[in-house]
Write a protein that binds this ligand. Structure first.
Ligand code: DAH
Length: 329
């Protein structure tokens, strides 16, 4: 075995590789030096016929040379690539006037905009703001609010029941009970959140938002409630709408009214319910209803937002339509 020959071969490959200037040529050379028909491969194939001692010596040597040729080819490849990249950058015209890529900017959802505005108003006139539970039991959503067992609102058609006793709250009024149970009197609280009803059309979605307000104090009357509602609507819409308090019925209030707003087309639209807390509710909460009086209100946020922006189909709020949402930037 002539070792000199193999070293000479290696020196030769070094010179050849160094002189290659294209990736295509480098590939051809790689095949010639390391491929199956190459000189080196032939040598490696013959090792199996060597004596044991030589097998080890030459095996190591050939492998080392094979590895080094490969390494040199790889280094050359890197060098050529870098040269090509530099040449490309030099040639390419760089237009400094092209605007950069901008990050897409999100926007606040119109419902959240309304929520922020509503919270702002009530916070500024001294209300506490609490968040509420969306998964509720019958007691908080119905029983404690004086809603009778056979009230149609409990119906399977309206309420999403999770099991016999657990449901997705149908109104934020459930928070009245939580607040009365956990807070000391007097109370002046609003709670804003999602409510769920099995309804889906142009004016209803299965999930929507309400604001619940509750005041319990010794001297409080319906005029106070009227003042709050009137001023709230004026603040929210930034101008004086005609509004009317229309006598209505809610199981948890007595003297119950609904409030309608007169739209531009002269039609009235119901936007909220309010009234004086029913003594039965206070009694359920062990509040002395002879000393304390309560008033409460529940406002539909989607309704208000639709009026504010002139939106006619409530479902658009929840369709993730960017053309719609981008208008609220
Ligand atoms: N919970 C009622 C509803 O979902 C709204 C409501 C009416 C809330 C009168 C109140 C209230 O607090 O006093 O339709």
């Amino acid at each position: 075995m002539n070792e000199k020959k193999i070293f000479k071969f290696f020196e030769l490959t070094k010179i050849i590789i160094k002189n290659v200037n294209s990736l295509h040529k480098l590939n051809i050379i790689k095949k010639r030096f390391l491929g199956k028909d190459s000189y080196l491969h032939n040598k490696i194939n013959k090792i199996k016929f060597f004596k044991k001692k030589n097998k080890i010596i030459y095996g190591k040597l050939f492998n080392k040379i094979f590895f080094n040729v490969k390494k040199n080819i790889f280094a050359r490849k890197k060098y050529i690539n870098e040269k090509l990249r530099k040449r490309f950058l030099k040639k390419k015209f760089f237009d400094v006037s092209i605007p950069g890529r901008r990050n897409l900017r999100g926007s606040i959802h119109p419902i959240n905009k309304s929520i922020n505005k509503i919270e702002n108003f009530f916070y500024n006139i001294g209300f506490n703001i609490v968040s509420g539970n969306e998964i509720e039991n019958e007691y908080y959503n119905f029983d404690a609010l004086n809603i009778s067992k056979n009230h149609p609102a409990r119906d399977f058609n309206d309420t999403f029941w999770i099991d016999k006793n657990i449901l997705l709250r149908t109104q934020t009024s459930n928070m009245q009970i939580h607040i009365m149970k956990s807070k000391q009197l007097p109370i002046k609280v609003v709670s804003i959140g999602k409510v769920y009803r099995n309804d889906n059309d142009i004016t209803h979605t299965p999930m929507f938002h309400q604001v619940e307000g509750l005041i319990i104090n010794k001297k409080i009357n319906f005029s106070n409630l009227k003042w709050i509602i009137k001023n709230f609507l004026k603040y929210f819409f930034k101008h004086d709408f005609s509004i009317r308090f229309r006598s209505s019925y809610f199981p948890f209030t007595t003297l119950s009214t609904e409030v309608d707003i007169k739209k531009d087309d002269g039609k009235w639209l119901e936007v909220l319910g309010c009234g004086m807390v029913h003594p039965n509710v206070l009694r359920n909460m062990k509040i002395d209803y002879k000393k304390y009086i309560g008033c409460a209100f529940g406002i539909g946020i989607e309704r208000l937002t639709m009026l504010r922006y002139g939106i006619s189909d409530v479902r658009i709020f929840f369709e993730n339509n960017l053309n719609f949402l981008n208008q609220f930037k």
